[in-house]
Design a protein. Structure first.
Length: 393
């Protein structure tokens, strides 16, 4: 089993500790995707209506999602990658340099390349795993036009520092909030900050429409530009002012999204409760670090990422998580490679990113989805403590 695979059963050869059976009868899964009857009824209603393309349900979803995120404007689209593509095309040009975190999902940077721009990879903060503004500033040149910062795992980036950096150097800011539904900064949704804020609504995200994405902004002209770009640059029927895309969301997805918005707050609250239980278990375990946020920020906990100090243990990260699997705890690695080690970006790499490189071998994730019960949350914490004790130097 590769370390990035989400296990559904214990891997053969998983480490047993204290005489534990290496094959657990049940695994607490990393991911749980469920549609409620209300979600299904919402989709069925659209199917019965015959209005399958983008329509009233998408418009309703846009309005509600935008308000929830504390942005002024919002346009739905086909998926989170399309959302990045739309934001990038609206905010910078081919040939421009864009500062991007070296530790994030590939789409944050790959859509920069797809735009014809140049990703300039920056290192990240070792505690929040988000873009390090100080490292980013030293990479700014006369060609730098934008910052693409991720609210990774649901943890807000250093918004104040990034906005100050952008203001100082006259840069645009795009926040990739694909994993940060309902994350907040200073009491406001992260949609209130930046030139564009993009979201994913993929099946495994904190809320889903199956596929789907959103581009939020606080500038009306930018919103209009994004809306034209997502629909072939069409300003009137069969009149196309510029080249655009077909990145529209369907009303089926919009209806599911509207249904899910009715419970996203309670689901996010549940994620935070589970995180608090695991946080408590990690207190005092030397060599393991719970997720951290900047003061005044609130994590959305799409993922619960734990960082290891390898020098404090007799095993590697991968061996550590195999032992957790043997205790019945699902695990995942997000991500097995930093972006500066990805072959598709080889031409853009100029220097190493030591923090990003280290995270690739020291981070792992444990279940945090709302279907984790109170008892299971305690089990996760107990298993982590047990494995850590067994393998601590």
């Amino acid at each position: 089993m590769s370390p990035s695979t989400t296990p559904t059963s214990t891997a053969p050869g998983a480490l047993a500790i204290d005489g534990a059976d290496p094959v657990s009868p049940a695994m607490i899964p990393m991911i749980s995707v469920k549609l409620t009857d209300a979600d299904i009824e919402a989709a069925t209603g659209v199917l019965k209506s015959g209005m399958l393309a983008q329509g009233k349900r998408v418009a309703e979803f846009e309005e509600r999602f935008t308000a929830m995120s504390d942005a002024r404007y919002g346009a739905a689209c086909a998926n989170g990658t399309c959302a990045l593509s739309l934001a990038y095309e609206a905010l910078f040009d081919a040939g421009d340099e864009v500062l991007v975190a070296g530790w994030t999902y590939v789409a944050t940077a790959s859509m920069v390349v797809a735009r014809g721009a140049v990703p300039v990879f920056c290192d990240v903060d070792p505690h929040t795993y988000n873009l390090d503004p100080a490292d980013a500033e030293r990479r700014i040149t006369s060609k730098t036009k934008a910052i693409a910062a991720t609210h990774l795992y649901g943890c807000p980036a250093d918004i104040d520092a990034i906005q100050a950096l952008a203001s100082k150097h006259n840069l645009r800011v795009i926040y990739d909030a694909a994993q940060a539904h309902l994350a907040t900064h200073d009491g406001k949704g992260v949609g209130a900050f930046g030139d564009a804020i993009t979201y994913s609504l993929y099946a495994t995200k904190n809320m889903t429409t199956g596929e789907g994405g959103m581009v939020l902004t606080n500038e009306e002209p930018l919103d209009k530009r994004v809306r034209l770009l997502r629909s072939h640059g069409e300003t009137a029927k069969y009149t196309h002012e510029f080249i655009g895309r077909n990145y529209r969301m369907s009303d089926i997805e919009g209806a599911i999204g509207c249904s899910q918005l009715g419970r996203i707050e309670s689901l996010t609250s549940r994620r935070r409760q589970i995180a608090a239980t695991i946080d408590t278990a990690l207190v005092g375990i030397e060599g393991l670090h719970a997720p951290q946020t900047i003061a005044g920020d609130e994590h959305a906990y799409h993922l619960y990422a734990i960082r290891m100090d390898l020098e404090r243990f007799t095993v590697s990260r991968d061996e550590f998580i195999k032992a957790l699997n043997a205790e019945g705890i699902g695990t995942a690695v997000h991500y097995p490679k930093p972006l500066h080690d990805q072959p598709c970006f080889a031409q853009f790499i100029t220097e190493p990113l030591p923090v990003s490189a280290k995270l690739a071998s020291t981070l792992f994730c444990v279940p945090i989805h709302p279907d984790v019960t109170d008892e299971q949350a305690k089990m996760i914490g107990q298993a982590i403590a047990k494995v850590a004790t067994a393998y601590r130097i």
